[in-house]
Design a protein around this ligand. Structure first.
Ligand code: FMN
Length: 173
């Protein structure tokens, strides 16, 4: 099976998530969309994700999706985001990805996020949404933002199950 994993990142979380995800798929091709917008043609499954800034996915993923949507749409898909405020994830998914995309994807999830204030520019700290600023400042006692490997494992299983179901359907024809 040929698997493509692409991501857009600002501080490296989505890159780490993509690398963890790739461990579940032998020989998966992994691309940072800031370097290249790979053609999804010929892949059995396409997985894409982005870090979140002020509720939005990053421009390279937006660009790649609009350039290749016709080729991506019919393929087995998975979409992930890396964000710090988990409660915001459903709304972020809804605002950034069409109903068609969400409904036709085998897996859709947030893998959590990281916030390292030392990696951020002062301008970013000023314009951050208040819930994120609280987390970045370490003012939240309930939750320290981090990547959630269990979610990545579960997401990978959902993609694998969808691929198996597709192969079984093709065999029965
Ligand atoms: C300026 C700024 C804005 C952010 N806005 C949001 C947000 O709206 N919602 C959220 O859940 N996380 C938000 N975050 C947290 C990031 O999504 C988190 O740091 C994530 O790990 C970034 O992924 P990346 O390194 O792959 O870009 C924000 C972080 C920064 C620095």
């Amino acid at each position: 099976m040929k698997i493509l994993i692409v991501y857009a990142t600002r501080t490296g979380t989505a890159a780490k998530a993509a690398a963890l995800l790739a461990e579940y798929f032998d020989g998966a091709a992994v691309f940072d969309l800031s370097n290249k917008l790979p053609d999804p043609e010929g892949y059995d499954a396409v997985i894409f994700g982005s870090g979140i800034r002020n509720g939005r996915i990053l421009p390279p993923l937006r660009k790649w999706l609009s350039r290749y949507w016709k080729k991506i749409a019919p393929v087995t898909k998975g979409v992930f985001i890396c964000n710090a405020v988990l409660d915001e994830s459903p709304e972020i998914m809804k605002e950034n990805f069409s109903l068609e995309l969400r409904n036709s994807s085998a897996a859709v999830d947030s893998f959590g996020g990281e916030l390292n204030p030392r990696k951020l520019r002062s301008r970013e700290l000023i314009f951050m949404n208040p819930a994120v600023r609280k987390l970045a400042a370490g003012d939240s006692q309930e939750f320290v933002p981090c990547l959630l490997p269990d979610r990545i494992g579960h997401f990978a299983e959902e993609i694998q199950d969808a691929l198996k179901a597709k192969a079984a359907k093709a065999d029965s024809r």
